[in-house]
Write a protein that binds this ligand. Structure first.
Ligand code: ADP
Ligand code: ZN
Ligand code: ZN
Length: 761
C-alpha cells in the first residue's frame, strides 16, 4: 500500500535498466538517507538492493519525490517498520560517493550547524538531483567526459600572458617521453624516484622556468611531504610576484606523476582553489599550458549547468586529474585526491555568506587531515589565523623576493590629503596633484596605471544642499547609489536591488539643485577621460562585467597593453599578474580604519598589500600612491615598509590581549524579523536559554548582549545578533549542540542562523 506509487516508478526504472529490483533477504533493512531539508537528521527508509552508503537514491518525502544520499545502513529504525517507506530507486550506474566525502559533508554539517543533507545535496550538480536525468547521465558517463580538446588547450595557452609563453618552445613528443613529469628542470628534483612512473600523456606545452632558490626550497619541502605521505599543512608566505604559482605547479607535476597506491586505486588528483571566478582563467591557462593533455576540470558557480555536471562527474569518476575552482570545489567528490592548494588563502571570498556559511579554506585543511595529504595555503598576506598557526603547527615556507629579474617591491608614498588641502592643493575631483603627475608620467612612458577605489557606481549618494536630504533606500538602512547608465542617471540600492529614478527636485524641500556626493568608479572613469583625453581608460567592477565573459575580455585588453589607465574595485586587486602596470593609485581607503569590526583593519591591510602588489611585477620599477587623511596610521606605515610580519605581530598582540580570534573561537547568532523589537525579544529568550547550559554557567562559553546589526535593515527586514565566544572549540561546539534544540522551541518564531567563525561581527 505504502509503496504503491513508488512501485510503478520502480517498474519504469527497471525497464530503463537503472535499477534492478530483487527482494532483500537478510542483511540490513534500513537505508539512512540525507535529504536537502532543514531538519538536522537522516531519514530511515526500507532498503532495496544497491541502496548502500554513498549511493544516490530516490525516496518519497512528505508527498514529494526527492533525491537523497544514503549515508549508512542499519538493522533497525527507531520508527515502527509499518511507518517506513521503501527506497524507490537507486542510481546504481553512478559509483558511490566515497566514505571520505560523506565524512567531510557530515563534519561540515555538524560544524556549521546544518543537516548533512543540506551540505551533500547542494554540493551535487542539479542534474543529479532529479531522477529523470539519471538515464541520460548514465549514457554520458560511458564516454570520456573531458575529451582532449587540443583546440581549447591551444586557446587557453594563447590566452596566457606573454611571460608564460616566453619559455615556450614547440615540444617534440619524442623528447617529452624522456622528460621528467611536468617538465621540471632536473635539478629541481631532490630524487629521481618520482620520475619512473611519469604518465606518458603529459606532453608539455610551456616549459617550467628554472626555479629560483626560494621556490626550489619550497617545492622540495612540498615534494618531500607528498612522497612521505600523511597530513602536512603548509603556509606558503610569498610576497606579491614572488612566483607562488610555479611552486604550486611543481607540486601538481609531482602528484600527477605519483602512481596510484594500489591496483584498483584511482589515479591521483590535485585540487586548486582560487578565491574568485575571474582568477580561474589565469590559473587554468597556466595549467593547460604546462600539462597539455592532462584532463582538467573547472568548478565555479559561473558555469552552465551542463558543463558543471560534466566537470563534476569527471572529478567523481577520477577522469579529471586537476580540479581548479572557487570555494564550492572544496566539496567536490575526488576519489584520488592527493594534495590541496588554496591560493590567496586570506581572501574573505573563501567564506560563504549565506546558507551553509562554510570556510572553504578551513574545510580544505580538515579534508587534508582526514585524508592524510599535504595542503598548501598560499598568500602574500596570510590571514592572522593561518599566520598564528604557522608559528605553531603549520610549516611556513617563505618566498622573500620577486621572481622576475629586476622586479622589486614598489615604493609606497603616502599623500596626506589634509596637508594637500592646507597647501591649497586640494583637488576638486579626488585625484591629487602628485597622483595626476604620476599618471601623466606613465602615459608619456607608455606604461600602465591602475587606480583602486572600492566603490562602484557614479556617486555613493545624492544630496540636497538646501535641506540635507539624502537619497536613502526605503527598504534598507543604506543610501541609494547613483549610477550612470547610457547617459541617464539611476538610483540603485546595493543591498536589496531597489531601483529608482533620480528625482527632478528634492522630495523634501523642492530644491531643483540635487548633487551627487562623493565618487564611485564611474565618476572617476569620467574624470580620467577629461583629465587625460588621449588615454585609453577602462573600468573593471561588478557593473562593467555583468555579461558573461566580459570580465575576461577586459582583463585580456589590460594584459595586451590596450589600456593606459585601469580603474576598478577589489576585482582588480587580487592575484592578477599585470606585467605593464608601474603605478598604483589608492584613492579612498580610509573608511575601513573607522570600522567597529575588529577584522576590518586586517582586511584593509591585506587588500592594500594586494593592490600595491600589482605594480612593478616585471623589470620596471613600480610606485604606489595612497591618498589618505591618516598617513600616520600603522596600517599605512606597514604598507610603506612592506612589513607584513611586523604588522601581523602587532595585530596578533592586540588580538591576544583582547582575547579575540585566533585566540578564541566565536559563533554569531543572527536573527531577522519584520521589526527590531521582535529580533531583540528572540535573542533575549535565546540568551536566557543558553545561560542554563553547563558550559555557559561554568564560564567556558561567554555570551554577549544582543545588539542590532551594524546595518540594521535590509529589504524591509530588521536584523540583530548575539555573539558567543569560547577559548575552547570543543566547548563551543558542545554548547551550540545543546543550544540549537532550545532555540527551535522559542515562539514566536523568527528566522535565525548560527555562523561559525564569523567573518565580521
Ligand atoms: P605570485 O602569485 O607569488 O604573486 P606569480 O606566481 O604570479 O606570483 O609570479 C610572478 C611572475 O614571476 C610571473 O610573471 C611568473 O611567470 C614569474 N616567475 C615565477 N617564477 C619564475 C622563475 N623561476 N623564473 C622567472 N620568472 C618567474
Ligand atoms: Zn531639500
Ligand atoms: Zn535597499
Amino acid at each position: 500500500m505504502l509503496a504503491r506509487p513508488g512501485q510503478i516508478f520502480l517498474k519504469n526504472l527497471e525497464l530503463s535498466g537503472i535499477v534492478k529490483v530483487k527482494p532483500n533477504v537478510g542483511g540490513p533493512r534500513i537505508s539512512r538517507v540525507a535529504l536537502d531539508t532543514p531538519l538536522r537528521s537522516l531519514f530511515d527508509y526500507l532498503t532495496i538492493p544497491g541502496a548502500e552508503p554513498g549511493r544516490l537514491v530516490s525516496v518519497e518525502f512528505g508527498h514529494r519525490q526527492m533525491v537523497g544520499v544514503v549515508v549508512e545502513l542499519a538493522q533497525e529504525s527507531e520508527h515502527p517498520a509499518e511507518s517506513l517507506k521503501p527506497v524507490l530507486a537507486v542510481f546504481d550506474t553512478l559509483p558511490p560517493l566515497s566514505p571520505e566525502w560523506l565524512a567531510l559533508c557530515k563534519f561540515a554539517g555538524h560544524y556549521y550547524m546544518r543537516g548533512p543533507g543540506e551540505v551533500m545535496l547542494p554540493a551535487l550538480p542539479s542534474k543529479l538531483r532529479v531522477t529523470k536525468g539519471w538515464e541520460r547521465l548514465a549514457k554520458a558517463m560511458a564516454k570520456p567526459l573531458l575529451e582532449k580538446k587540443p583546440h581549447a588547450a591551444k586557446k587557453a595557452a594563447a590566452k596566457t600572458p606573454a611571460r608564460k609563453t616566453a619559455a615556450v618552445a614547440p615540444v617534440d613528443p619524442a623528447v617529452m617521453e624522456a622528460a621528467p613529469a611536468g617538465g621540471l628542470p632536473a635539478d629541481a628534483l631532490p630524487t629521481d624516484a618520482l620520475l619512473a612512473d611519469a604518465p606518458a600523456e603529459d606532453v608539455l606545452r610551456t616549459e617550467a622556468p628554472r626555479l629560483l632558490p626560494g621556490q626550489r626550497a619550497a617545492a622540495a619541502a612540498l615534494a618531500e611531504a607528498a612522497q612521505r605521505g600523511g597530513f602536512a599543512p603548509f603556509l606558503l608566505y610569498g610576497v606579491t610576484g614572488s612566483g607562488k604559482t610555479e611552486v604550486y605547479l611543481d607540486l601538481v607535476a609531482r602528484i600527477l606523476a605519483t602512481p596510484p597506491t594500489g591496483l584498483d586505486a584511482p589515479a591521483s588528483q590535485v585540487l586548486l582553489l582560487v578565491p574568485e571566478i575571474n582568477l580561474t582563467p589565469q590559473l587554468e591557462a597556466g595549467l593547460r599550458g604546462r600539462f597539455a593533455s592532462t584532463p582538467i576540470a573547472v568548478m565555479h558557480s559561473g558555469l552552465a549547468e551542463g558543463e558543471r555536471t560534466r566537470n563534476w562527474l569527471a572529478a567523481h569518476l577520477g577522469q579529471a586529474r586537476i580540479v581548479v575552482g572557487t570555494r564550492l570545489a572544496v566539496l567536490a567528490s575526488l576519489p584520488g585526491l592527493r594534495a590541496i592548494i588554496v591560493d590567496e588563502e586570506h581572501d574573505p571570498s573563501y567564506k560563504q555568506q549565506e546558507g551553509l556559511r562554510y570556510s572553504a579554506r578551513d574545510l580544505a585543511v580538515w579534508r587534508a587531515r582526514e585524508l592524510g595529504i599535504p595542503v598548501v595555503l598560499g598568500s602574500a598576506t596570510p590571514s592572522l589565523e593561518s599566520w598564528a598557526r604557522s608559528e605553531t603547527h603549520y610549516t611556513r615556507l617563505e618566498l622573500a623576493e620577486r621572481a622576475q629579474p629586476e622586479a622589486r617591491l614598489p615604493a609606497v608614498k603616502l599623500i596626506d590629503k589634509e596637508a594637500e588641502r592646507k597647501n591649497g592643493r586640494a583637488s576638486a575631483d579626488g585625484i591629487s596633484q602628485p597622483l595626476r603627475e604620476a599618471i601623466a608620467e606613465r602615459l608619456r612612458r607608455g606604461e600602465q596605471s591602475l587606480l583602486y577605489l572600492n566603490r562602484r557606481g557614479y556617486a555613493p549618494v545624492l544630496n540636497c544642499d538646501a535641506c540635507g536630504w539624502l537619497s536613502n533606500c526605503t527598504r534598507c538602512s543604506a543610501h541609494l547609489v547613483m549610477h550612470r547608465q547610457g547617459g541617464a542617471n539611476r538610483l540603485r540600492c546595493h543591498h536589496c536591488g531597489l531601483e529608482a529614478r533620480v528625482p527632478q527636485r528634492c522630495p523634501d524641500c523642492g530644491n531643483a539643485d540635487l548633487a551627487p556626493l562623493g565618487r564611485g568608479t564611474q565618476r572617476v572613469e569620467e574624470m580620467l577621460a577629461e583629465l587625460f583625453p588621449q588615454a585609453r581608460v577602462a573600468r573593471i567592477d561588478a557593473d562593467a562585467t555583468r555579461l558573461k565573459g566580459s570580465a575576461q575580455a577586459l582583463f585580456d585588453e589590460v594584459h595586451a597593453g590596450k589600456v593606459d589607465i585601469l580603474i576598478g574595485t577589489q576585482m582588480i586587486a587580487k592575484g592578477h599578474d599585470f606585467q605593464h602596470v608601474t603605478l598604483v593609485g589608492i584613492l579612498n581607503p580610509d573608511t575601513a580604519l573607522v570600522s567597529q569590526d575588529y577584522r576590518a583593519s586586517e582586511r584593509l591591510f591585506a587588500l592594500l598589500m594586494q593592490v600595491a602588489g600589482r605594480a612593478g611585477r616585471a623589470g620596471m620599477p613600480g610606485e604606489v600612491l595612497v591618498q589618505t587623511r591618516y598617513p600616520r596610521s600603522p596600517v599605512y606605515q606597514a604598507l610603506r615598509s612592506h612589513d607584513y610580519p611586523g604588522h601581523a605581530r602587532s595585530l596578533l598582540d592586540e588580538r591576544r590581549s583582547a582575547g579575540l580570534p585566533p585566540f578564541s573561537f566565536q559563533a554569531l547568532l543572527t536573527v531577522e524579523a519584520r521589526d527590531l523589537a521582535g529580533c531583540m525579544a528572540f535573542l533575549r529568550v535565546a540568551r536566557e536559554a543558553a545561560e542554563t547550559l553547563e558550559d555557559c554557567a561554568e564560564g567556558w562559553v561567554v555570551l554577549f548582549d544582543p545588539v542590532p546589526r551594524a546595518m540594521v535593515r535590509v529589504a524591509n527586514r530588521d536584523r540583530a545578533q548575539l555573539l558567543v565566544e569560547s577559548g575552547s572549540r570543543a566547548a563551543l561546539q558542545r554548547m551550540l549542540d545543546a543550544w540549537m534544540p532550545l532555540m527551535q522551541e522559542i515562539r514566536p518564531r523568527v528566522s535565525w542562523q548560527i555562523e561559525r567563525d564569523p567573518a565580521s561581527v
